[in-house]
Each structure stands twice: as C-alpha cells, then as structure tokens.
Ligand binder design. Structure first.
Ligand SMILES: Cc1cc2nc3c(=O)[nH]c(=O)nc-3n(C[C@H](O)[C@H](O)[C@H](O)COP(=O)(O)OP(=O)(O)OC[C@H]3O[C@@H](n4cnc5c(N)ncnc54)[C@H](O)[C@@H]3O)c2cc1C
Length: 384
C-alpha cells in the first residue's frame, strides 16, 4: 500500500502479498479503465463472473468445491484491491462468495453444495442473497415472505428488496418464515413464479445491479430448504462474512481517494502554487492518510482474528462501523480538494463517496453496528 505508514502490508504473508499484487494488477488493468462508464450507465458487463472466477476470487476463503481456500486475510486484501476501483465490484464478489456461496457452504445439504458451489466458484453460476424486504430492513425478523409445505413441496410467496445481482443470478438464497421459524431456501431463478426487477434511479453503487425479487406460489422440492439452521442465526452468519470483506474493502476506496487527492493537489496550481503547498490542504491530506492507515490496521487485526478462528460478531460490527465511517469521511474530504472537478465521473472521489453511502447502509446500517457495540458494552440491547 502506498503511504503505508504503519507498514501493515509488511504483516501480510508472502502468499497474501502475491494475491494482493495479482488482484491489484487485474483490477487496475481490466476494471478501472471501464468503471466510470459502467457507473454512468448504471450497469455491469456480462462476463465478470468468469473473470473473477478465473482469478479464484469467488468463495475465495472457502474450502473444497473448487474454491481457492485462502486465508481470510487474503480474501480481505482482495476485497481491498477490488474496492479501490469501485465498491460495486467488491459487492459483486462479496454477495457471490460471502453471502450466497458461504450460505450454501455453511448451511446447505451435500446436494446443494455439489450442485452449486463448483459452478459458482468458476463464475459460471451467479448467486444472490434475499433477506431484506421493503418493510423489513434493519429488523429482518419481521420479514413477511413465507414458505408453507404442500405435501412434500414448499410453496414460497413474498418479495425481497435491494437484492444485489438479483436480475442475473442463477440461484437465490432466500430467507422465509415457516411454521418452524425462519429458514433458508436454495431457489433456482428459472423456477416458475420467480421474478426479478432492476431497481433504477440509484445515485449510489451504480456499477452494481440491485433488484426487487418476487415469489408467486413458487414451488420447490422438499430438499430446497437448508436442512438444519432455523432463525436469524442463518442469515446473520452470512452477513458476518460479508461485513468482514467490507472492513477491508473500504480501506481500498479510502486509499484511492487519498491517492487521487494527492495527485490532483500536487498538479493543480492556484495563487501561483500547487494546491498541495497550502497548509489547509496538507492538513486534509495528513488527516486522510492517518484515517486510511488506522483503518488498514483495524482490517489487518480483524483478519488475524478471523484466521485464528476467534473473531466475534461485535468485533466485526466495530470494524464495519469504524472503517466505513473513516472511508466515507476520507472520500468527502478528498472530494473537496478537487474543487469542481471532484463532482464529475472523470475523477473517482465522488463515485467512491456516493458508493460509500450504500456501504454504510447495507449489511447492517451504521446505527445497527453502533447498537451492537453498545449492547456489548452495557449488556442492554437497545434495538427496540
Ligand atoms: C445498493 C444496495 C444493495 C443491497 N443488497 C442487498 C442484498 O444483496 N441482499 C439483502 O438482503 N439486502 C440488501 N440490501 C439491503 C440493506 O441491507 C438494507 O437497506 C439495510 O439493512 C437497511 O434496511 P432499510 O433500507 O430497510 O433501512 P431501515 O431499516 O428502514 O433504516 C432506516 C434508518 O433507520 C435507522 N434505524 C432502524 N432501526 C433503528 C433502531 N432500532 N435504532 C436506531 N436507528 C434505527 C437505520 O439505522 C437507518 O439509518 C442492499 C441495500 C442497498 C442500498
């Protein structure tokens, strides 16, 4: 990492560093030149899945089923390098690997795993994860989507909102109420009764497809349900995985903003001097550098804890809150240093800033993560 004042990347293993370099090279050469156009059009090109799959980025830290089986830290580093280009691209990989694939890997039957995971690891099958509903966001336990048994079949009715990759997914992991509590279902998206509609007019995470899903008497065989897990424990375990990727990913977005602010203010002159020579600008740059480095250290530490198998959900909430807030503040400050130029897609700062508004909201809002830490500190859950 440039300006790695705490030398965090020295703490990575050789393998993690090799993965960092490969993903960075791929992201900067194959993704960065096109991302402003994708963002402008509010879409993603076909074929990203197999490209990510070839690099081993999908379900990267999962074992078996053709997944790369890397350390959690290596997965984090990959998220960082992808999100240095755009949060939407990291979201694609997060939803595929940490939400859909992890869900199937952790809670699916052997048949689910055999059917889906190798194809998903290769990027030949894309997954999405349906938890949120229009009336059930921060409080997913109030979801209305339900599955009832009809003979041995399940019949699914309801809808899901804000579902990343929803329109082009081959398989959806859908969480629904049943007589036996909330359960997860593996739903091939070509099943009769499944519909996905793209959500338009987004001002954030535009290089990512977000959809509303609906299920109308969608009939599934008995074995479509995850066999064991009941209640919110299932979806929350997946979210915990994806949040870990965010803790790392946003360091990349913040770093990219710092780098752009440094480059721009070093070049542009006002009052006969480069912007970077003004004390107020240097203060901004220094504060950004401190924030990026501190966030990097938080990410590394959480990676070490995850690799040691001791990472707790409260620690993930801490990291998600701290790093997303830091990255958003860095992006906003970086944008000011570019003046008017900073509001265009010719530069990255405002694209990152807008993206980070979504990152602050999804996978548990900033408020939810602070409440989680608050509950841990006080022993009093204040969610309701
Ligand atoms: C681009 C995008 C992609 C997404 N992708 C997915 C996906 O793939 N799959 C999926 O299932 N979901 C996805 N989501 C949904 C996301 O997880 C939810 O938007 C998020 O959980 C917040 O829910 P909500 O939007 O309903 O907001 P609400 O829950 O209505 O919250 C609105 C505000 O109220 C605050 N609030 C709520 N309850 C409390 C409380 N008790 N105390 C204090 N403040 C509170 C919140 O913190 C927030 O600030 C995505 C969202 C976006 C924007």
């Amino acid at each position: 990492m440039t300006h790695d004042y705490l030398q965090v990347d020295d703490l990575l293993t050789d393998e993690d560093r090799a993965i960092r370099d490969t993903v960075r090279d791929f992201a900067q050469t194959e993704l960065a030149p096109h991302v402003a156009e994708w963002y402008d059009e509010g879409t993603l090109p076909d074929g990203l899945g197999p490209m990510f799959g070839k690099l081993g980025l999908l379900g990267m830290h999962l074992e078996g089923y053709d997944c790369a089986g890397t350390s959690a830290t290596a997965y984090g580093v990959a998220c960082r390098e992808l999100e240095a280009v755009d949060s939407g691209l990291r979201s694609f990989v997060s939803v595929q690997g940490s939400l859909a694939m992890f869900g199937i890997h952790r809670w699916g039957s052997d048949a689910h795993k055999d059917q889906w995971l190798p194809r998903m690891a290769a990027g030949d099958a894309i997954g999405c994860f349906g938890l949120t509903e229009s009336d059930a966001g921060s409080d997913p336990g109030s979801m209305k989507t339900h599955a009832r048994q009809d003979g041995t079949d399940w019949v699914l009715n309801g809808s899901k909102m804000w579902i990343t990759n929803g329109t082009f997914a081959d398989v959806a992991v859908v969480w629904a109420q049943t007589d036996d509590g909330i359960r997860g279902f593996v739903v091939p998206t070509d099943t009769k009764g499944f519909e996905a509609h793209k959500i338009k007019r987004k001002l954030s995470l535009r290089a990512s497809v977000t959809a509303e899903l609906s299920f109308d008497d969608l009939r599934l065989p008995a074995d479509a349900a995850f066999p064991e897990v009941r209640g919110l424990k299932g979806p929350l375990s997946c979210l915990n995985e994806a949040r870990f990727g965010i803790v790392w990913g946003v360091v990349g977005a913040a770093r990219a903003c710092l780098e752009e602010a440094l480059a721009y203010t070093g070049e542009r002159e006002q009052f006969g001097r480069p912007l970077s020579s003004f004390q107020l600008t240097q203060r901004k740059l220094a504060l950004m550098a401190v924030a990026v480095n501190n966030a990097s250290l938080v990410a590394w530490r959480l990676g070490a804890l995850k690799d040691a198998g001791t990472l707790t959900p409260t620690q993930v909430s801490y990291g998600k809150y701290a790093n997303v807030r830091a990255a958003l503040d860095v992006a906003r400050e970086a944008r000011t240093t570019l003046g008017g130029a900073g509001i265009t897609l010719d530069h990255t700062v405002m694209r990152h800033m807008n993206n980070l508004e979504t990152v602050m909201t999804y996978e548990g809002t900033e408020e939810m993560h602070l409440l989680s830490v608050g509950a841990d500190l006080t022993g009093i859950p204040a969610f309701r």
